[in-house]
Ligand binder design. Structure first.
Ligand SMILES: *[C@@H]1O[C@H](CO)[C@@H](O)[C@H](O)[C@H]1NC(C)=O
Ligand SMILES: *[C@@H]1O[C@H](CO)[C@@H](O)[C@H](O)[C@H]1NC(C)=O
Ligand SMILES: *[C@@H]1O[C@H](CO)[C@@H](O)[C@H](O)[C@H]1NC(C)=O
Ligand SMILES: *[C@@H]1O[C@H](CO)[C@@H](O)[C@H](O)[C@H]1NC(C)=O
Length: 448
């Protein structure tokens, strides 16, 4: 079996992702993971020569665990709002309440944390600060991360701080917001622009000039796995567009409509059930990666700058303050771990102008469950950035245990200038959420 070949394969993959030249301080190391005995190795960007104080200010932002998938389908076909309307295949049996981590979802996070910790000393639960959103999936993820980071030879004690304002400045999971909700007309206009310029995956292309033959092929391929439900064939649903809904309270909201809503929902069912070890469809892992691109495409056309900036205003300011070491609450500089959502990674991509590729996921800038962006200050006002993730292509260790190795790729660009980033982030907040939002977040975070 190819298990001993695994490290080499990963090295090759990472070296490709790293490129070669510009990185004098970062070297590639193959390391023994804390679990999985001798058969499992994984890779880490290794910051040997970084000054210790700078290393201590590392900031890492996680998306939560693999969770139960919502059964809502909004915007595909009027009157058909449940996933079971679009399939003849029973939906996955998640054995967990709506939107909570699956059993294996939590275990995957703990294993990921152990792998990351074995080569990143800043991930010490006794010194790091962990700032967490209040949803069950965030809390479970924080607990699993702390347990995975822990040194098993020491008594376990760790703290997580719940701070929902960092993850939503206008509608936090608990308590009042400090900023106003995004301007919906601007949100709709930005969705229309994103939809126009973001090519659909699996070779379908831009909405305005899509390959309709390919689009129909993709929809039929999905039907071959999930069947045709009461809502009728996917091929009869409308093409993607920006729609409007009006709430009972008279509030207008923009949303993407059409068949890709169904593709996304069932791609999530496929990926998350696979990761959770729950039998579901007959799609191969290759096909699951293909379909998963619709999850990330739909996010990229619906998570607009005005929404992300308004929602993550306080979070963005908090992160840049930690990286610059200007956060008053952190007299003792230490590393900070944020545990939130894919929207946090989307917001950071926008606020720091970053993108990444995470093969074997096909999409540009995917944000699979448990993935994280790590910022490490390097001196000279710069921080290096990388993206860590599991692809859920399990390998078996000597003890017969299934492991999802952590993969690490550089982002593009791989470094950010922190002063420029701070300036840009503040300007974006003023532009989309207003000066009052900027001031309110600074005051809530005790920043000057
Ligand atoms: C459109 O998709 C079809 C089916 O996959 C493919 O055969 C054809 O080459 C594509 N056309 C273009 C212009 O890419
Ligand atoms: C999967 O494929 C097998 C063999 O073709 C078939 O018997 C089974 O019904 C399929 N299962 C699903 C869930 O489509
Ligand atoms: C899963 O990993 C194995 C071993 O590294 C590799 O050969 C295979 O191509 C991967 N599968 C997919 C779908 O990427
Ligand atoms: C973001 O990065 C792209 C290149 O990746 C560049 O073309 C663009 O100007 C940058 N935008 C900002 C606002 O810096």
């Amino acid at each position: 079996m190819g298990i001993w070949a695994l490290p080499t394969l990963l090295v090759t993959g990472l070296l490709t992702a790293l490129g070669t030249a510009d990185e004098q301080m970062v070297s590639v190391a193959v390391q023994e993971a804390a679990e999985g005995a001798e058969a499992l190795h994984f890779l880490q960007l290794h910051g040997h020569s970084l000054p210790r104080a700078a290393q201590l200010r590392e900031v890492r932002v996680f998306r939560h665990c693999v969770r139960r998938v919502s059964s809502k389908v909004t915007g595909a076909k009027p009157g058909y709002a449940h996933a079971s309307d679009y399939t003849t295949l029973p939906l996955p049996v998640w054995n967990t309440p709506a939107m909570w981590c699956t059993g294996r979802g939590a275990k995957l996070i703990e294993s990921e944390a152990r792998q990351l910790r074995s080569s990143d000393a800043t991930l010490d639960p006794s010194t790091l600060r962990m700032l967490v959103d209040v949803d069950q999936r965030d809390a479970t993820t924080a607990d699993s991360l702390l347990q995975g980071f822990a040194d098993n030879s020491r008594a376990f004690t760790a703290q997580a701080e719940y701070s929902p304002l960092l993850f939503d400045a206008y509608s936090p999971g608990k308590g009042p917001g400090v900023c106003h909700a995004p301007d919906m007309e601007l949100d709709i206009a930005q969705k229309a622009q994103l939809l126009k310029e973001t090519p659909m995956p699996m070779g379908v292309g831009l909405v305005g000039e899509m390959n309709r033959t390919r689009y129909m092929e993709v929809l039929r391929l999905m039907e071959s796995f999930i069947g045709i439900g009461a809502a009728g064939p996917l091929t009869d649903l409308t093409s993607p567009a920006v729609g409007r809904t009006t709430s009972k309270a008279g509030k207008v909201k923009g949303m993407i409509t059409g068949a890709p809503i169904v593709l996304k929902r069932f791609a999530q069912n496929m990926l998350y059930s696979h990761a959770s070890g729950i039998l579901y469809s007959n799609a191969s892992l290759e096909q699951i990666y293909d379909f998963s691109s619709w999850i990330y495409w739909l996010r990229q056309v619906s998570e607009t700058p005005v929404k992300l900036v308004s929602q993550k205003a306080c979070g963005g300011l908090s992160i840049i303050a930690k990286l610059l070491g200007t956060s008053a609450e952190d007299a003792r500089a230490h590393s900070t771990v944020y545990v939130g959502h894919d929207s946090d990674l989307d917001a950071l991509a926008y606020l720091f102008n970053l993108t990444w590729e995470a093969p074997p996921f096909r999409a540009r800038r995917p944000t699979p469950p448990g993935s994280s962006l790590a910022f490490a200050p390097q001196g000279g006002g710069r921080a290096s950035v990388h993206f860590a993730y599991q692809d859920f292509n399990f390998t078996t260790d000597r003890a017969g245990k299934q492991i999802a190795p952590v993969k690490i790729v550089k982002t593009s660009p791989a470094h950010v200038n922190l002063a420029h980033a701070k300036d840009w982030i503040e300007k974006q907040i003023v532009k989309f959420a207003g000066q009052d939002c900027l001031e309110a977040c600074k005051s809530a975070l005790s920043l000057s």
